[in-house]
Design a binder for this molecule. Structure first.
Ligand code: UD1
Ligand code: UDP
Length: 369
């Protein structure tokens, strides 16, 4: 039944404007959007800010994960954070005025998230935030600012973990006229839904025994000392411990070259989600600074070494599944050696077990979007 039929049959249709723009948001939106399409009572309009734009950072996810083509496609990327966020704010506001959504839905903690939330609240449109309540307590991270401010203007706060709820409780959210809900993590939904689609990347011939690495966070790539120390660690691991497979984010590619550094590992271009879950399934260790990949290591039973000083996913540290090592070469080497080949188990279903999108859409329908 399409929108018009439902409208004529007298259903109230809440109209949701979903804002996405960066790789992890496409993956998160794929599971939520699928549920919205099945639900009666809401219609989704999708806006892609253009923050990520290479085919292997954007289109590939729409194709693989069957995400509806965006109704509104902006082309905003690059520049300083303020400029990027500001340009998005201007254009998203125009879309809100034109499409008159009942609610704006934002994901995670990117500049696209903050621009979407601000544009909405300035137009008096309520905001729902998926991945609310996460904190690293490091306000130098652009993501931390984005998530704190987005939570402040949201009235439906969908938390992925108990820790996220506690963080919001600590900031006084339970006394505010908003709803804080622990729904589980949509990334676990995606990992479960698509696990059977895992596909070996074309350029990989060794099926096991490798370290899967990802590296792109600003606190590592934009700090020459940290970047050099991590590159050194990856090169040493590759030559002395196990092959390192690194699908390289375009940000890191640029900054490694700009610093005159050389990555002597198995470098590949960014891969699609099906290839990524194959790599997660077949590796012997995950070494990352990504938020999402820390959890995916856990979903696929692999120990993770995280090249950051803090993580929002503290339950993985408590469960002994993840170790924070920062950017020091020796710390990375010794943690990687001790965790290589170690399996981990999700005994306590820390991330909700794959029903997050269903719960979220149920709440959105009942809230009339
Ligand atoms: C952004 C998010 C980060 C998230 C990451 C997911 C912010 C502040 N940061 O970081 O939280 O973890 O996305 O991957 O929103 N680039 C390309 N092609 C692309 C995409 C990016 O060349 O398809 C280049 C850009 O031109 C820019 C650099 O990569 O020079 C960084 O892109 P940007 O979107 O600013 O930040 P990310 O590091 O991707
Ligand atoms: N990912 C992917 N291909 C890659 C690298 C990552 O599909 O080459 C996926 C990864 O599996 C996870 C998401 O992208 O689902 C994480 O995005 P990223 O690390 O860019 O951002 P973060 O989670 O740190 O915000």
């Amino acid at each position: 039944m399409n929108y018009i039929d439902r409208f004529e049959e007298g259903f109230f249709m809440g109209k949701i404007l979903s804002i996405i723009g960066a790789r992890p948001q496409f993956i998160k939106a794929s599971v939520v959007s699928r549920r919205i399409q099945e639900a009666i009572g809401i219609q989704e309009i999708m806006l892609h800010t253009g923050q990520h734009f290479d085919a292997n950072m954007s289109d590939i996810f729409f194709n693989q994960l069957n995400i509806p083509r965006p109704d509104i496609q902006l082309d905003i990327h690059g520049g300083n954070h303020g400029a990027m966020t500001g340009r998005m704010l201007v254009e998203i506001e125009k879309a809100i005025i034109e499409y008159k959504p009942d609610r704006v839905l934002v994901y995670g903690d990117t500049n696209s998230t903050l621009a979407g939330a601000l544009a909405a609240v300035k137009q008096h449109v309520p905001v729902a935030h998926i991945e609310a309540g996460l904190r690293s307590f490091n306000v130098k991270m652009p993501e931390e600012i984005n998530r704190i401010l987005t939570d402040q203007v949201s009235d439906l706060l969908f938390c992925p973990t108990d820790t996220a709820v506690k963080n919001l409780e600590g900031e006084g959210f339970l006394q505010k006229p908003v709803r804080v809900l622990q729904v589980g993590d949509v990334m676990q939904d995606a990992a479960l839904l698509f696990s059977e689609k895992a596909t070996a990347p074309k350029m990989i011939n060794s099926a096991t025994g490798f370290i899967l690495a990802t590296l792109h966070r600003a606190e590592n790539t934009d700090d020459p000392e940290r970047l050099a120390s991590i590159v050194n660690a990856l090169n040493l691991l590759h030559s002395e411990l196990a092959p390192v497979v690194l699908p390289l984010h375009p940000r890191t590619r640029k900054l490694v070259a700009a610093q005159g550094l050389e990555l002597k590992v198995h470098l590949i271009d960014p891969v699609g989600y099906f290839e990524m879950i194959w790599l997660l399934n077949h590796c012997d260790l995950v070494l990352t600074d990504s938020g999402g990949v820390q959890k995916e290591a856990f979903f696929f039973g692999k120990a993770c070494v995280t090249m950051r000083d803090q993580t929002e996913w503290v339950e993985l540290i408590d469960a002994g599944a993840n170790q924070l090592v920062g950017a020091d070469t020796q710390d990375i080497l010794s943690a990687a050696s001790s965790h290589l080949g170690r399996q981990v188990q999700d005994i306590n279903k820390l991330y909700g077990g794959g029903e997050a999108a269903e719960r979220i859409v149920d709440v959105l329908v009942k809230a009339n979007a």
